[in-house]
Design a protein around this ligand. Structure first.
Ligand code: C5P
Length: 382
């Protein structure tokens, strides 16, 4: 995301609002497809037992009969079934996480545009703590002191790993080849990267290069707000997903919830695209302009965000938001180890220290509580 934003001059950079909209559209389409497949499976399982299955010969004959009306009825019935589920009376609840996620996804672009990768990723780990805070507040999870300590350790450990994993290759590249800066000048946070010159100034006055202006304070503010919205939206989504409506009907499928989430996301994601852009320019021109400059890196960023979002939904469904923090942290260690194997990155003391802290935190968080401490309550408050 950072690379896709900074390698071009601002006038040639793709629109972050359009990228967020594309992301929501893609997730919505995939969610509808998976939800329809689930409905298909449910419908086939719901075939009454007294209806004997068709023989192979009968199935062949049935397929040869041209029956467009039957097919369209069938399609209509699955779609009708899905739309009934999506437009359930409690669908409005998804509006809250949908708006929060759209804000968060836009803030991520602001942060990634104004901070270097290391600073962005390290500060973004604060979401581990905001998630725990909102889990306690909304889901009434009770975390023992040991669990809180392990969460703080996790944030520190992953911060150390990320700091060194982003600086290690830069340092190596620095020694192997002459320094370069891709035409970008940073300050403050850029001290983490050895290949980017740092301007001697301590104010937040923007630094201007031939291509880009970066505002570190704006980046920090964006990442802090993104951590708040990440924690709140994730926990709120978990709350909706896991709380039963109290009626006898089973709670909706994850993919129906995801479809609802995408539908509610479309409105806030569309607003900046529809009303942003150059004033005094026609609607069609503005639309064309907002989807201009989507090069391979921009499309890659959108696809990564889409895949990440869908995986996040599955993790929240089958585990929870706090465990998502641990999974992400362990994946950071694994990806660094893969870089060591594939690209001969050096294993540094900082990596060993950071990973040990992450592993100890994971162990501590998952260790059974002693009989004297109250058990962790994971019941969802309805
Ligand atoms: O940084 P964090 O893990 O909070 O990011 C969560 C991401 O997952 C957001 O981009 C959000 O849009 C996405 N998401 C999703 N579907 C869900 C839950 C989260 O696409 N059900």
């Amino acid at each position: 995301m950072h690379y896709s934003r900074i390698t071009t001059a601002p006038s040639k950079t793709y629109s972050a609002a359009s990228a967020v909209l594309l992301n929501e559209l893609l997730k919505g389409i995939i969610s509808v497809i998976v939800a329809l497949r689930h409905i298909d499976q449910e419908m086939s399982q719901a075939t009454p037992s007294y209806v004997s299955p068709l023989s192979e010969k009968e199935t062949k004959i049935l397929h040869q009969i041209p029956s467009p009306s039957f097919t369209s009825w069938f399609q209509a019935s699955r779609l009708r079934n899905l739309s009934n589920q999506v437009l359930s009376p409690d669908c409005y609840k998804l509006a809250v996480p949908a708006i929060l996620y759209v804000i968060q996804n836009n803030l991520q672009y602001v942060a990634a545009t104004n901070l270097d990768v290391a600073t962005f990723q390290v500060t973004y780990q604060m979401k581990i703590l905001t998630t725990a805070f909102f889990s306690v507040l909304l889901l009434r999870k009770r975390l023992t002191k040991a669990k809180w300590a392990s969460l703080v350790m996790l944030a520190i450990g992953v911060g150390i790993v990320q700091l060194q994993s982003t600086t290690a290759p830069a340092a190596q590249a620095h020694s192997a080849s002459p320094p370069h800066n891709h035409g970008i000048i940073q300050k403050g946070s850029a001290q983490l990267r050895s290949d980017i010159p740092v301007a001697p100034s301590d104010s937040d006055a923007p630094l201007v290069s031939s291509e880009r202006v970066m505002h570190p304070f704006r980046g920090f503010l964006a990442v802090t707000l993104a951590c708040m919205t990440s924690g709140l939206a994730g926990v709120y989504f978990e709350f909706i997903l896991k709380s039963s409506s109290g009626s006898s009907t089973p709670p909706p499928d994850l993919w129906v919830r995801n479809t609802q989430l995408s539908l509610f996301s479309l409105v806030p994601a569309l607003i900046p695209v529809l009303f942003g852009g150059q004033a005094g320019v026609g609607f069609v021109e503005r639309m064309m302009a907002s989807f201009a400059n989507f090069n391979g890196w921009a499309i890659g960023t959108v696809l990564t965000q889409t895949l990440g979002g869908l995986i996040t939904a599955i993790v929240i469904r089958y585990s929870d938001n706090i465990m998502k923090g641990f999974a992400t942290s362990l994946s950071i260690i694994i990806s660094f180890l893969a870089s060591v194997a594939l690209f001969s990155y050096p294993i540094t003391f900082a990596f060993l220290l950071g990973s040990s802290i992450v592993l100890a935190a994971t162990y501590l968080y998952n260790a059974p509580s002693s009989p004297s401490t109250p058990p962790t309550r994971t019941t969802v408050a309805v």
